[in-house]
Design a protein around this ligand. Structure first.
Ligand code: 5GP
Ligand code: ZN
Length: 111
């Protein structure tokens, strides 16, 4: 989608630190990491947020979460997955993305 930051990252028009890619999904390091491991996992097809995510896309994202967790070495220690949605969810980039956070003991508090 034109003027979408993450579409431009996927297209290689804006640089990123890529972690993983397959035909449906792209994953890269968050520019402002909130944990030692902070990876954004996004579908290559633009949808605004999780409300527009169908089953195929959800499956692709979920499989990529596992791939990235293994690549980043947090599959055994554990990690957290978050997808912010809309205004109250504090979603700042309107291209569906999943945050994978780990590499440290995360707090129980989630907001
Ligand atoms: P949201 O707040 O929408 O859930 O998450 C958006 C995330 O994108 C934020 O954690 C922010 O740090 C990250 N971000 C914003 N701009 C860029 C960028 O240009 N490159 C990368 N790698 N991450 C970005
Ligand atoms: Zn997009």
């Amino acid at each position: 989608m034109k003027d979408c930051l993450f579409c431009k990252i996927i297209a290689g028009e804006i640089p990123c630190n890529k972690v993983y890619e397959n035909d449906k999904v792209f994953a890269f390091r968050d520019i402002n990491p909130q944990a030692p491991v902070h990876v954004l996992i996004v579908p290559k097809t633009h949808v605004d947020n999780i409300l527009q995510c169908d089953g195929d896309m959800a499956a692709a994202l979920t499989e990529a979460v596992g791939e990235v967790a293994r690549l980043e070495g947090v599959d055994e220690s554990g990690f957290r997955v978050i997808s912010n949605c809309g205004s109250d969810g504090a979603q700042s980039v309107k291209h569906l993305h999943v945050h994978l956070l780990g590499g440290v003991q995360l707090t129980e508090k989630m907001n």
